[in-house]
Structures are given as structure tokens and as C-alpha cells.
Design a protein around this ligand. Structure first.
Ligand SMILES: *[C@@H]1O[C@H](CO)[C@@H](O)[C@H](O)[C@H]1NC(C)=O
Ligand SMILES: *[C@@H]1O[C@H](CO)[C@@H](O)[C@H](O)[C@H]1NC(C)=O
Ligand SMILES: *[C@@H]1O[C@H](CO)[C@@H](O)[C@H](O)[C@H]1NC(C)=O
Ligand SMILES: *[C@@H]1O[C@H](CO)[C@@H](O)[C@H](O)[C@H]1NC(C)=O
Ligand SMILES: *[C@@H]1O[C@H](CO)[C@@H](O)[C@H](O)[C@H]1NC(C)=O
Ligand SMILES: *[C@@H]1O[C@H](CO)[C@@H](O)[C@H](O)[C@H]1NC(C)=O
Ligand SMILES: *[C@@H]1O[C@H](CO)[C@@H](O)[C@H](O)[C@H]1NC(C)=O
Length: 758
């Protein structure tokens, strides 16, 4: 007894000592690569033993461990001090140690929308066949009662599925069916970093039930059943359906209030791979800059997914600027976002009868005209005119905005637009005109009639207010305009390359619709609207929304080509992508129609029909990925540990630009260079493909052989691409393309070169 008291006292002193030195505990992930343990119990035991070496005792190790990764790879997460983390990093069986960071869902609460349209009705009609493809969705859970998740017409749960339906708050076995075949949830990481969920005072379910809406939206975009005549307040009608309505969903809830702890996401990936999913969809990611691959939970998890034949489709992020694309490992399919040919117009009638073109998702009718006032002219006491012009919290004087439509401006693209409308509404204002050129393609939802206007409208508005003592205006409710041109356009928010970790790999890979997408929603997710309205379907935007479109198309390809691995599916989607918009010009970037490069859209805009039958496929295997990592500086020891001793770097190293990726990048072209690729033919008849090249400016490209002759399916041919630069590109990338064509298919690879010298 005496001894135990001394021990605990000692422990207390020890903790006190480390705190004094500023060594507060943080949540770390300790990653150990593949494992050869016979079962999860033996992995957990081994984890505790390794942890005990730095914590001093097995009981302390058990107390600080949060997650154990024991199924698809080995590792654990724990609340430990930086010193302990450093000691663990030196342990012989540890590959990497990194702090668990927060990922964000790739849409934000300020982008909550209202309205209704058909989900991409020209997509995939008749393409989906009876399918046993299982898609794992790591997100905020699911609202299982949504009509989108009925399992009518589906066969039994595929035998290969090993997952379970975990019960929890308002979620029982009965909430799983032949559509939602599995459901799990992960909160330990989030809670270790932020305290108990209960402490947030927000609605949540300690189960796979979705309180946020985001997870139901992404899951139903992937594989939602067909639901006709969905209507929001009886206002708008349409059909909602997922891209692959007969695919099955395995739900992994790892995101709480829009945040997803690395440690929880990694646990979800560990389970999903072991459960037997075919494809994993992640509409979330780290804030830029992207961490190196082996210190990033998503990259690590996706590496093991790739190794087990599971394709990971992930969003590139909504970070607006160059060098911000995330989830850029070559074993991840990275998805950018673009528009569809539909606008939500909400125009403004001025007192002089001129009409300002505006846009928003605005169902509220303004019955009469109201006075117009600039936010800058209605500053609250002590607030500068500039600050008041942004209409943020507590910046406007209620007496000056009562009964008025307030004209506001944007400070940063990431401004909370809804909060501006709430500020006006709280002060007694009746409407908002937001000068917001860069976001006017995105349908926002507000609490009072509001609209976003661009440069042309701003000029009309300013001219009117200058000449009119008592300017007035009226905001019209939204009308949906379809067939708008040009479309698609890259969404202004979509994150842009280059890939800052391995610049020889062009990223993002592909773009798909991600602006104003209708899909299922959680009826308890009402916090975004002051009126606490509950909706079952919602329109939202983000690369979060484009990623599930690509996931769905990948599921359809998988059902048509069950033996294709992740690289082949990725290649099929990329090489068949389209570059032209509906005005027959290369896709531009919104809102000003600026010129784009593959760093905006990768290989182009997804073309689901063509992707089913791509003709030629670029594939790579795990050994190629390892060679790629070797040429990017991974040590043989790191690799060996990563793969459980499976392999070492092959000498001489394969240059990273020779990695058999479906796009072609050289990030430092120093004089002429030959690059190699290998294609595999998937077709029934003998055929000949001819090469066609778009030379990047300043570089002559030749292909040898210029023609490829195939006579049987599965045949491989390697060809050479010679780059002869004659002009330096001054530190920027220049772009071109290689396309293999026969009578049926065009197999296109973008080329991106940074020409250092000729
Ligand atoms: C969840 O379950 C509790 C207890 O059964 C019930 O009171 C509550 O209404 C349920 N919530 C929802 C949103 O179904
Ligand atoms: C669609 O739903 C509305 C109610 O929201 C109903 O009045 C209408 O009859 C329905 N239309 C069809 C074609 O089912
Ligand atoms: C304007 O806002 C900024 C940032 O919110 C603040 O630092 C500054 O003091 C404000 N200025 C005035 C005059 O209100
Ligand atoms: C602004 O107001 C909104 C709602 O009224 C609130 O949720 C938010 O926390 C406030 N933000 C700040 C910075 O005060
Ligand atoms: C688009 O043009 C407007 C002015 O016409 C400008 O304010 C805005 O910053 C431009 N946006 C981009 C992304 O170039
Ligand atoms: C890999 O594991 C071996 C043996 O387990 C060890 O000697 C080596 O230091 C480890 N290397 C790295 C980079 O972790
Ligand atoms: C390019 O190659 C030349 C000659 O081989 C060499 O001197 C130079 O350092 C290289 N430049 C870069 C940036 O690699």
C-alpha cells in the first residue's frame, strides 16, 4: 500500500515536471506500416509494449493510447509529450510519428443552400448495372431514413463484406439495410483533442447518424436511390439520384461539426479496407500546405488502400489559390470542382427601372421596394466605414438600416456571407445586396432576401445611387436558369496545383460538378438558418460535392470491369476526360473566364460514358509506387518498414517522371529528356492507335513509336516521349498533351513541364 502511494505521488510529480517545461501532451499518430501479426489483439499488445517503453509502465501506456490501427496496417495514436513522441520516432519498428491534425469537410456552413434541381440528369442514364460494388464513405455519417437510402430492388448484402452496423444514439441495426450495409463511428481522436462531444452544446449523435448534413449529401450523391418529385417547401421540384444507385454504402463517421481528426480518419480507413470496400470516398482534407505523405493520415491510409486494391477518391480542397491542392499523393484520385450549366438568378429592380443581374438561392419574396443604403454609410458607433462595409457582426447601426436593403462588400473569399445577412436582419434591415464578384456562381442561402452581384451590376448600382437622393430597390426571388454558357467553368474556390510534395505528378487529376449540387440532407442540421427550418434535400457547393461524383463513376467502372485495380480505374477516368465547354472553348475559370491549365482541372472534366471504355489504360502496381517513393527520397529502410519487409529500392532508381501515371509531368526539365510510359489495351479487335501531340510552348515533343498496334486484350506496349526544349519556361510550367487515337477512342494525357534550361 505504502509503495503504491509513493508510486502515484512520483507519477504526479513527474507530470508536474513535464508541464513546467511546457511539454503538454498532444495527440500523436505513431505509424508502423504493414504488420505480420496474426490478429488485432496481438497488434494492440505490441503497441502497448512499445508505448510503455516511453511512458514507463504498461498501465500508463494503456491510459494514454487513443486508437489502435491493427487491421490493414499497424500503428496507434496516443496523448503523449513531444519528448515521448521523439523517442518513439527513433524506435526500430516505427516508420513515422506525426501530430494528429484536424481535417475539414470540403464545404463550409456558410455555403448552405436552399432550392432544388435535378442532379446532373444527363449523367449515367442507363449506365448503372446491377452492382455489388461497395463504396466506403468517410464523412459526418448518414441520415438513414432519407428516401435516398431505401434499398428497394437491391439484392442481398455482398458476401465479401465483413463490416458491421454499429449501434449508438438513435441508430440501431434496423437503420442498416441493403443500401447502407455498414455503419461505424469514430470520436476518440476528436474528443482527445477537443474534449467531450457533450461539451460543445450542439446537437450530435454518438453514432453514425448524421447531424451535419454533409455525409448524407456525399453518400446520396454517390449511390442514392432515385427519388422523384423532391420538393423544398413545395417551391421547387426535381429528381434526386446518386451516380451509381445500385452500389452499396458503408458509412464511416469520423467528422464532428465539420472537423475530422486525423487519428479518427485513419481508424476509419483501417476498418474500411478490412471490411472489404472497393472504393473509399473522402470529401475532406488538411488545410494547405499538404504535409509529406508519410506524415499525413489520409496519404498513409490511402497507401494501404491502394495496396489492397481499393481506390481512394478525395477532394482537392476549396482553397482558391495556386499550390493549395491537397490529397495529392499519386495513389489518390484528386478531384477539383466545376460548375454545371445552371444559374440561380435573383435580380434587383432599381427605382429607375434598371435591373441588376444578381444570383443566390433566395426563395423569399420581397413584396415592395425598399430604401438602399451602403453598409459603409451605416457604421455603428466606433466602427470605421471600411469595417462597416463588410457588414460583419456588430458593425452596423440599427437606426440607419431599419427597413432598408443594405449594400455590403466582401473582405475575403472565405467571409461568412450568411453572418452578414444575419447582422442586417438583427438590425431590422430587410435585404442585402452583396458585392461579391468571385462567388456569384455559388448559390448561397440567406435569412432575408439577398443577392450577390458582380462588376457590371456594381457600376449600374453606383451610377443610380449617385444621382438619386432616395434610392430604392427590390430583390426578386430566385429563378433557375438552365443551359447557361459557358459551362462547365472551374469553380472559383477549387484548389489549384502544382503538387507541392511531388511536383512531377500533375494535380488535381480531374474535375466534376461541385457547384450547387442537390442531394439528401440531415433534417436536424438547421443551425445555418435562423428560422430553424428542417430540410431533407439541400443544395451545397465544394470539392466535397465533386468528389462523390467521381467516386460514383469509379463505382460504375468497377462494376463493368470487376478485375480492374485502382490505377486502371483512375486512368480510365483521367484519359477520357473532356476539355471543352459548351461554347467549344477550353474550360475557363470562374468568375471572370480566366485561362486555365491542368493545375486547375488535371486531365479535364469527367466524361462518364467514355470512361467505361477507355481503350488504353496506364496502370501502376505497388512496386511502381515504391520505386516512385525511392526516387523521391524515401530511404530503403523506411520503405521496408512501410511494406512489412516486402521490398527495397531497385537500383538504379526509376526516375519519378517515369512513374506510369496517366498524366505526364517533369518538374525540372534540364535539357532534352526521354520519358517512358506503358499502356495496356482493353478491347476486343485488333486495332492501331496513332499518337497526336500538342507541343508545350518552347518544347518539341516526339513519340516513338508513333503508332501502337494491338491484336489482343491485355497486351502492353511501352513507348518513349522525347522532349527537346528550345526555350526556358522561367520557373513556370508549360503545358501540352499526348493523345492516342483510333476510330473509337481518344486517350489523352496532359503534359506539364518546367523547363529549367535548353
Ligand atoms: C433520439 O432518441 C431519443 C431517445 O429515444 C428521442 O427522444 C429523440 O427524439 C430521438 N431523436 C431523433 C432526432 O430521432
Ligand atoms: C409532387 O409533390 C407535390 C407535393 O410536394 C404534390 O402536390 C404533387 O402532386 C407531386 N407531383 C407528382 C407528379 O407526384
Ligand atoms: C476594423 O476591423 C479590424 C479587424 O477586425 C480591427 O482591427 C480594426 O480596429 C477595426 N477598425 C475600426 C476603426 O473599427
Ligand atoms: C457573429 O454572429 C453569429 C450569429 O449571430 C455568431 O454565430 C458568430 O459567432 C458571431 N461571430 C463573431 C466573430 O462574433
Ligand atoms: C474578377 O473581376 C473582378 C472585377 O471585374 C475583380 O474584382 C475580381 O477580383 C476578379 N476575380 C478574379 C478571381 O480574378
Ligand atoms: C526499420 O525497421 C528496422 C528493423 O525493424 C530498423 O532497424 C530500422 O531502423 C527501421 N527503419 C526506419 C527508417 O524506421
Ligand atoms: C542542368 O544541367 C547542367 C549540365 O548537366 C548542370 O550544370 C546544371 O547544374 C543543371 N541544372 C539544374 C538546375 O539541375
Amino acid at each position: 500500500m505504502g509503495t503504491s502511494k509513493i508510486l502515484s505521488l512520483f507519477t504526479l510529480l513527474f507530470i508536474g515536471y513535464t508541464l513546467v517545461n511546457g511539454s503538454t501532451r498532444k495527440h500523436y499518430i505513431i505509424y508502423m506500416g504493414d504488420h505480420s501479426h496474426p490478429n488485432s489483439e496481438s497488434v494492440v499488445r505490441a503497441n502497448h509494449e512499445i508505448l510503455a517503453e516511453v511512458t514507463g509502465s504498461l498501465s500508463e501506456a494503456k491510459a494514454v493510447a487513443i486508437h489502435h490501427y491493427s487491421k490493414s496496417f499497424q500503428g496507434f495514436s496516443a496523448m503523449i509529450t513531444p519528448e515521448q513522441a521523439k523517442q518513439l520516432a527513433e524506435h526500430k519498428s516505427v516508420v513515422s510519428v506525426f501530430e494528429s491534425k484536424m481535417n475539414k469537410l470540403h464545404t463550409t456552413h456558410s455555403w448552405d443552400f436552399l432550392g432544388l434541381e435535378t442532379v446532373d440528369k444527363d449523367y449515367h442514364k442507363g449506365l448503372d448495372t446491377a452492382s455489388d460494388v461497395i463504396v466506403g464513405v468517410i464523412d459526418s455519417g448518414v441520415w438513414p431514413e432519407s428516401e435516398s437510402f431505401t434499398d428497394y430492388g437491391l439484392g442481398p448484402v455482398p458476401k465479401k463484406f465483413k463490416g458491421v452496423c454499429v449501434e449508438g444514439d438513435n441508430f440501431t441495426q434496423a437503420n442498416c439495410n441493403k443500401k447502407i450495409i455498414g455503419a461505424r463511428f469514430y470520436s476518440k481522436g476528436f474528443e482527445a483533442e477537443n474534449g467531450p462531444l457533450e461539451g460543445t452544446n450542439k446537437i450530435f449523435f454518438r453514432s453514425a447518424r448524421d447531424e451535419n448534413g454533409h455525409g448524407s449529401h456525399t453518400a446520396s450523391t454517390i449511390a442514392g436511390s432515385i427519388v422523384r418529385n423532391v420538393s423544398l417547401f413545395g417551391n421547387a421540384k426535381g429528381t434526386a439520384r446518386g451516380g451509381a444507385p445500385s452500389a452499396r454504402l458503408a458509412i464511416y463517421k469520423a467528422c464532428w461539426f465539420g472537423f475530422c481528426s486525423d487519428a479518427d480518419v485513419l481508424s476509419a480507413m483501417d476498418d474500411a479496407i478490412n471490411d472489404g470496400v472497393d472504393i473509399l470516398s473522402l470529401s475532406l482534407g488538411p488545410d494547405p500546405p499538404q504535409p509529406i505523405y508519410f506524415e499525413d493520415a489520409i496519404s498513409v491510409g490511402a497507401f494501404h488502400a491502394f495496396q489492397k486494391g481499393v481506390l481512394v477518391s478525395a477532394s482537392a480542397g476549396n482553397s482558391v489559390f495556386p499550390r493549395t491542392a491537397c490529397n495529392v499523393a499519386p495513389w489518390i484520385l484528386t478531384v477539383a470542382a466545376s460548375t454545371i450549366d445552371r444559374d440561380f438568378s435573383s435580380n434587383v429592380l432599381l427605382g429607375n427601372s434598371k435591373v441588376l443581374k444578381g444570383s443566390s438561392l433566395n426563395p423569399i419574396r420581397m413584396e415592395q421596394s425598399h430604401g438602399l443604403v451602403y453598409g459603409s454609410a451605416a457604421a455603428a458607433a466606433g466602427v470605421s466605414a471600411t469595417n462597416a462595409s463588410f457588414c460583419k457582426n456588430n458593425t452596423l447601426d440599427p437606426t440607419l438600416i431599419r427597413d432598408k436593403i443594405v449594400i455590403c462588400t466582401i473582405e475575403k473569399f472565405s467571409d461568412d456571407r450568411l453572418a452578414k445577412a444575419i447582422e442586417i436582419w438583427k438590425g431590422g434591415g430587410v435585404g442585402m445586396i452583396l458585392i461579391d464578384h468571385n462567388a456569384k456562381d455559388i448559390g448561397f442561402q440567406f435569412v432575408i432576401p439577398s443577392t450577390l452581384i458582380g462588376q457590371d451590376a456594381v457600376e449600374l448600382l453606383q451610377a443610380y445611387i449617385k444621382t438619386e437622393k432616395n434610392p430604392i430597390g427590390r430583390i426578386y426571388p430566385t429563378i433557375t436558369v438552365v443551359g447557361t454558357k459557358p459551362a462547365p467553368e472551374m469553380a472559383a474556390f477549387s484548389s489549384i496545383g502544382p503538387n507541392i510534395i511531388t511536383p512531377d505528378i500533375i494535380k488535381p487529376d480531374i474535375t466534376a460538378p461541385g457547384v450547387n449540387i442537390l442531394a439528401a440532407w440531415s433534417p436536424v442540421a438547421t443551425e445555418a438558418t435562423v428560422e430553424q427550418r428542417s430540410v431533407n434535400y439541400n443544395i451545397v457547393s465544394g470539392t466535397s460535392m465533386s468528389c462523390p461524383h467521381i467516386t460514383a463513376i469509379a463505382a460504375i467502372i468497377k462494376s463493368h470491369h470487376p478485375h480492374w485495380g485502382p490505377a486502371a480505374i483512375q486512368s480510365a477516368i483521367m484519359t477520357s476526360a473532356a476539355l471543352m465547354d459548351n461554347t467549344h472553348h477550353i474550360i475557363e475559370r470562374g468568375p471572370n473566364g480566366t485561362q486555365t491549365t491542368p493545375f486547375d482541372y488535371g486531365s479535364g472534366h469527367v466524361n462518364p460514358v467514355a470512361s467505361l471504355n477507355p481503350g488504353l489504360v496506364y496502370t501502376f502496381k505497388i512496386q511502381d509506387v515504391l520505386n516512385f517513393l525511392c526516387s523521391n527520397g524515401a530511404s530503403p529502410a523506411q520503405l521496408k518498414n512501410l511494406t512489412g519487409g516486402l521490398t527495397e529500392c531497385h537500383k538504379p532508381l526509376t526516375a519519378s517522371y517515369n512513374f506510369n501515371y496517366p498524366s505526364i509531368g517533369v518538374s525540372n526539365l534540364n535539357g532534352s529528356l526521354s520519358v517512358y510510359r506503358t499502356v495496356t489495351y482493353y478491347g476486343h479487335e485488333a486495332t492501331i492507335y496513332s499518337s497526336s501531340v500538342e507541343n508545350p510552348p518552347g518544347v518539341k515533343v516526339t513519340i516513338t513509336p508513333a503508332e501502337l498496334k494491338f491484336w489482343k486484350t491485355g497486351q502492353h506496349i511501352t513507348f518513349r516521349i522525347d522532349f527537346l526544349p528550345f526555350k526556358s519556361s522561367n520557373g513556370n510550367f508549360v503545358f501540352g498533351a499526348l493523345t492516342w487515337k483510333n476510330a473509337k477512342q481518344s486517350v489523352r494525357s496532359p503534359i506539364g513541364l518546367n523547363v529549367l534550361s535548353t
